[in-house]
Design a protein around this ligand. Structure first.
Ligand code: PRP
Ligand code: URA
Length: 213
């Protein structure tokens, strides 16, 4: 895949280790859910390294008052793409428990692979926040592009996108369509198959998280 300034692929042994277990078809629903959360937490640490709204705060230590940098109150909104994105929300909340949550409901039409929108609900004032869209799978990139477009239409200007597994086709599509959105993908896989599934991938993330099918 071409290199993009707005794409970060993780190269960390802890993430590789957890993704290997996640892929395994024998991994239970419980373990799958826990791994998605843990990987999300590791990614969030990196994702919130730059461009996060901070402010100065006076802190009184036992010895003196000092000026410290803290993340601004009410400055980050997490937006999972339903369903599978829900599995990543707790992983962000572990590090940033006060982040509000918006929801975007999208499912892929199995024939056309086009995303169909069925739900949207956002916290008031989202347009002024740092919006972190989360979805474990970035396959054709259709769902990611749709979600980003929906948020831009609402006036959001500061958007990041986080996925656990990405296909090169989809990552390129989103990176080129939205050069102003930073995309964080823990692992870049080989390609998509003829049904739009990521190879080697992990199967259907929503089904594995929620025990459907
Ligand atoms: C999956 C996944 C993404 C989308 C990725 O959701 O969670 O949202 O597919 O595919 P794309 O990049 O080709 O758009 P799905 O539509 O299966 O819905 P679900 O989360 O309800 O299972
Ligand atoms: N959605 C998934 O859950 N898995 C894939 O491989 C592609 C899209």
């Amino acid at each position: 895949m071409k290199q993009y300034k707005n794409v970060t692929i993780f190269d960390h042994p802890l993430i590789k280790h957890k993704v290997a277990i996640l892929r395994d078809e024998r991994t239970s629903m419980k373990e799958f859910r826990e791994l998605i959360e843990e990987i999300t937490t590791l990614m969030t640490f990196e994702c919130l390294k730059e461009d996060v709204p901070t402010e100065e705060r006076q802190v009184r230590t036992p010895l003196e008052v000092c000026t410290q940098q803290v993340i601004k109150d009410d400055s980050i909104v997490v937006v999972p793409i339903l369903r599978a994105g829900l599995g990543m929300v707790n992983g962000v909340h572990v590090l940033f428990p006060t982040a509000k949550v918006g929801h975007i409901g999208l499912y892929r039409n199995e024939e056309t692979l086009e995303p169909c929108e069925y739900y949207a609900k956002f916290p008031t004032g989202i347009e002024d926040k740092l919006v972190l869209i989360v979805d474990p799978m970035l396959a054709t990139g259709g769902s990611a592009c749709d979600a980003i477009q929906m948020l831009k239409k609402r006036g959001c200007k500061h958007i990041k996108f986080m996925a656990v597994i990405g296909a090169p086709e989809g990552v390129s599509r989103v990176a080129e369509a939205h050069p102003d959105v930073h995309i964080f993908v823990s692992t870049l896989d080989r390609c998509l198959n003829e049904k739009g599934y990521i190879l080697p991938g992990l199967g259907d993330a929503g089904d594995r998280l929620f025990g459907t099918k």
